[in-house]
Design a binder for this molecule. Structure first.
Ligand code: ACO
Length: 442
């Protein structure tokens, strides 16, 4: 990635202790320009302090662009609305990882590799037996993905030469692991992947097929799942993707890096929010539907409660994914002839919150998680699998970022700096003489 061509004529000027330093400014294709501060510490003895990396670019990337003010999202230059309407999840995965949409032949080869690698080593299948009943599926998923590096070590050397194979293996195996972890949690026999099924049909069949009642693939459900995965496939430098990049920056293998990303996604402030939204809606519904009480709680500065599924670090406008999901939710329920009081509740909450000054002033809109849980639930996926579904969708994005990082000549091992605020030097006191543990010894 040659960034020299991006250096602009204008310079940023920074004055510290009366001395002015000029810093290069880099041009982006869209959106924020970047001030290159890579020489800052060396030249000035200062570092920048930016909790939560609100203003810090950690890399240059050509994968995804999102405009938080406009509420738009593009993968490799294609608007999310077009990709969700026209493509399959496997096509979008290929696009994210390889940078261009596949030809028919390329797509056939990619699918062929995914089928070839869908099965899991039988020894690995036995690992599932050792997880205690009730294990969180996200813990099983991150452990099993890390374990892939033990079963398929041949992929670890020269990773970029093997990236197509590794990507196909991961995309198909994570789907198998996710379905197996669900089956094991129910104590049901495993259903193995079928090469004659599409990516999502295969997943649904592995989840719901039983010897006593074979699963009938429903195209409406397959299509809904395909769209859900596309909408989750990438979101530039979010918490889990940055984790994959940071772990991978130490040249850790792809499987272990993705496993770290899965752990980051687990948090209720990130991918775990879809489960938290459903838990919240179910609780409000059980309590008689008084959502106003929860909106008031969310607005109360003395209450730590937040309206889950609202707000986003980058979107300060509608999350475009949430708009597509709201429509998809209606379509799925209508086609399957289902009614779900939680959908009505979610719509009412959205309507009230979007008119409320608290939410308006803070630019808090429904995010991708607000409606996804209702669709997952309607197609038979239980609450504790929602974040696993998110991981399945986000996988091609993580792989694409890991690949981009490995390929980047500007790559450096991730190692942030800090503003040290601890004691200067403390007098050591031997253990027998320590009466209190406080500043007295400093
Ligand atoms: N409900 C009520 N108030 C909120 C909410 C919310 N969901 N989100 C933010 N706020 C308020 C904050 O209390 C704060 O108010 P203040 O200025 O009076 O102190 C203000 O809005 C700004 O909030 P921040 O936490 O600074 O916003 P940030 O961009 O750091 O956080 C986040 C974004 C973590 C997503 C936040 O909006 C949140 O916690 N939302 C609920 C959890 C959620 O839905 N997470 C999923 C995100 S999407 C994803 O990861 C896939």
């Amino acid at each position: 990635m040659d960034l020299k061509k991006r250096v602009m004529a204008e310079k940023a000027k920074l004055t510290i202790d009366g001395e002015t330093y000029e810093l290069p400014v880099l041009e982006s294709t869209f959106g924020d320009k970047a001030i290159d501060i890579s020489s800052l510490r060396q030249r000035t003895g200062c570092v920048t302090l930016d909790y939560g990396y609100m203003n810090t670019g950690s890399c240059a990337s050509a994968i995804t662009y999102l405009d938080g003010k406009q509420g738009t999202l593009n993968y490799r230059g294609y608007p999310i609305e077009t990709l969700a309407a026209e493509c399959s999840f496997v096509e979008v995965s290929y696009l994210l990882i390889n940078g261009c949409l596949p030809t028919e032949n390329e797509l056939r080869n990619f699918k062929g590799m995914m089928n070839k690698y869908a099965l899991m080593h039988e020894d690995m299948v036995h690992f599932f037996d050792r997880f205690p009943a009730g294990s969180p599926p996200m813990s099983i998923l991150s452990s099993m993905v890390n374990t892939l590096s033990a079963f398929y070590p041949e992929m670890i050397n020269n990773p970029l030469e093997q990236i197509d194979k590794m990507a196909a293996r991961l995309l198909s195996k994570v789907r198998t692991i996710a379905a197996f972890s669900y089956k094991k949690s129910l104590g049901q026999p495993l259903t193995y992947p079928r090469p004659d099924y599409s990516y999502c049909a295969n997943f649904l069949n592995m989840m719901f097929d039983l010897p006593v009642s074979p699963y009938e693939v429903n195209p409406v459900i397959v299509n809904a799942l395909d769209k859900l995965l596309i909408l989750h496939a990438d979101h530039e430098q979010n918490c889990s993707t940055s984790t994959v990049r940071l772990v991978g920056s130490a040249h850790v293998n792809l499987y272990a890096s993705i496993s770290a990303g899965i752990s980051a996604l687990w948090g209720p402030l990130h991918g775990g929010a879809n489960q938290a939204v459903m838990d919240m809606l179910e609780r409000i519904h059980l309590e008689g539907g008084n959502y106003k009480k929860y909106i008031d709680k969310a607005k109360d500065p003395n209450d730590s409660f937040r309206l889950v599924g609202f707000g986003h670090r980058v979107y300060k406008n509608h999350d475009p994914r949430s708009r597509i999901l709201k429509k998809l939710c209606d379509e799925v329920l209508q086609t399957l002839n289902l009614s779900n009081p939680l959908l009505d509740l979610a719509k009412e909450i959205e309507e009230v919150a979007l008119r409320d000054d608290y939410f308006v002033e803070r630019h808090l809109y429904p995010n991708v998680d607000f409606y996804s849980g209702i669709i997952y639930k309607s197609i038979g996926i239980p609450n504790d699998m929602f974040t696993v579904m998110f991981a399945l969708g986000r996988l091609p994005g993580w792989i694409a970022h890991w690949k981009e990082m490995w390929d980047d000549e500007n790559w450096r091992i991730g190692r942030p700096r800090q503003l040290y605020i601890g004691p200067k030097q403390r007098r050591f006191v031997a253990i027998g003489d320590r009466k209190v543990c406080d500043e007295r010894f400093s």
